[in-house]
Design a protein around this ligand. Structure first.
Ligand code: SF4
Ligand code: SF4
Length: 434
């Protein structure tokens, strides 16, 4: 792909308040969208934490205190003043509170100054019927204080396999109903977010190609590691380059999730990032990862969950305006991706969907710990054992307590074979004691 030529053609018009303006991209129906999108999955809580967790499913370790409406209002005001105008939520986020809080914050501004993205979620089979699905959409309108949704998504298609996708979105006949809502102007753009089974995406694209269902956008996981190495990390994944190209050739704009790979590309091993540091000593690790995604012109917006205002301020600076990567920088990032893959990290993005484990294990905590060991190149057995005790202080929450029931694995969007990975971690830790 001739990236340099495409970059010249990419939209770099600007929007926003004081300071250098943010790069914008154009959506299917001419909407001008800031290239940084506000992800409302982990909003700040009144006790200083984040309110992560799916509706009805608290996340251990995340605060379940009320969302701090004043802080969210302040974020939204700052974001809008600096060119961020795409706000992504779902009925599932923040224990089901995200849409309401975001609706309260956004509705203080003119409706045509922002775009709302929300989803027909698939978190509970009780919502799978035609009537329940319609009710979910109507509730989103109510909570978001609007009479139309700018970007509406079938949530996490492919998670749990093709059969689950078919039950959730096909057999109940909800897609034709959503298309009717689009014809009425209650949905402005209809798309989907993809996690998992390639058969689901093949089905969706085949419908698009036949003209039966035309998709206006799609949300995919993309970052410089998953670009060419998603499959190396996990055989059941699809490389982001292939996903991106499938969308680009159909002119379906791509919304990007996981640009930082669950935050791991923001706190990478300095030794592996040395080459980039020499290219630009001032640049943060996160800024390289964000710029990678923005370099591709069919990317509409890049979502980032910015619980704290400093994340918002930093990320706005990266994109105001976006500096597309040069071919030299892209090559350096590819080498960094290879080095990252060689460490054998587990592709956990810390989403917490697998929690709580009925047997009390701290699954994301264990994976985050072992990934830190691998990417930091820790070798000393004593140090690793001590760090494990610090990371997971309660022995009942450690990997060796997994009974292999597999309940967690059905919820993992990556997907990771969680019991098998935990078994390997347990064996590794046991080996260090000898
Ligand atoms: S497989 Fe292990 S980690 Fe997963 S739910 Fe069962 S006991 Fe918990
Ligand atoms: S194991 Fe899967 S579901 Fe659990 S936190 Fe990691 S990515 Fe999310």
């Amino acid at each position: 792909m001739n990236i340099t030529l495409r970059n010249l053609l990419a939209s770099t018009l600007s929007t926003g308040g004081p300071g250098p303006a943010m790069t914008v991209r154009t959506a299917k129906h001419g909407e001008r969208v800031g290239i940084l999108g506000y992800g409302a999955m982990r909003l700040p809580t009144v006790d200083g934490g984040n309110g992560a967790g799916r509706a009805g499913k608290p996340v251990e370790g995340a605060s379940q205190a009320d969302i701090d409406q004043a802080a969210v209002n302040e974020h939204v005001d700052y974001a809008l003043a600096h060119g961020v105008n795409y706000f992504d939520t779902s009925p599932a986020y923040c224990m089901g509170k995200s849409e309401r809080v975001l609706g309260a914050a956004l509705s203080r501004h003119p409706r045509d100054s922002y775009f709302i993205a929300t989803k027909m979620s698939n978190f509970s089979p009780e919502q799978y019927s035609f009537e329940a699905s319609k009710a979910l959409f109507e509730k989103s309108l109510e909570y978001l204080r609007t009479d139309y949704i700018d970007f509406y998504l079938l949530h996490a298609v492919g998670m749990g396999g093709f059969e689950a996708f078919s039950k959730r979105y096909v057999e109940n006949g909800i897609i034709p109903w959503l298309l009717e809502q689009k014809a009425k102007g209650r949905i402005r753009n209809l798309g989907w977010s993809f996690h998992g089974d390639p058969k689901a995406i093949e089905w969706l694209l085949q419908k698009h190609d036949s003209g039966e269902y035309v998709w206006d956008f799609a949300q995919i996981q993309m970052n410089y590691v998953d670009w060419r190495h998603a499959q190396e990390n996990n055989k059941r994944n699809i490389d982001a380059e292939r996903l991106y190209e499938e969308l680009e050739k159909r002119q379906i704009p791509a919304v990007i999730m996981e640009p930082l790979l669950g935050g791991r590309l923001a706190r990478y091993n300095d030794a592996l990032m040395g080459e980039l540091a020499r290219l630009d000593p001032e640049a943060t690790q996160a800024s390289w990862a964000f710029r990678f995604c923005g370099t591709y012109p069919n990317v509409l917006t890049i979502l980032s969950g910015m619980t704290y205002k400093e994340n918002l301020v930093d990320n706005i600076a990266t994109f105001s305006p976006l500096k597309p990567l040069t071919s030299v920088e892209l090559a350096v990032l590819e080498r960094a991706a290879l080095a990252y893959i060689a460490t054998g990290v587990i592709p956990c993005n810390n989403c917490n969907y697998c929690m709580p484990c009925p047997y009390g294990l701290d699954i994301p905590g264990i994976f985050s710990f072992i990934n830190r060991v691998k990417s930091a190149g820790m070798k000393d057995p004593g140090e690793i054992l001590r760090e494990y005790e610090k990371a997971i202080p309660d022995p009942r929450r450690r990997a060796d307590r997994c009974i292999g029931c597999g309940l967690c694995a059905t919820h993992c969007p990556v997907p990771i074979r969680i019991p098998r990975e935990l078994d390997s971690v347990a064996a590794y830790m046991e080996g260090l004691k000898k």
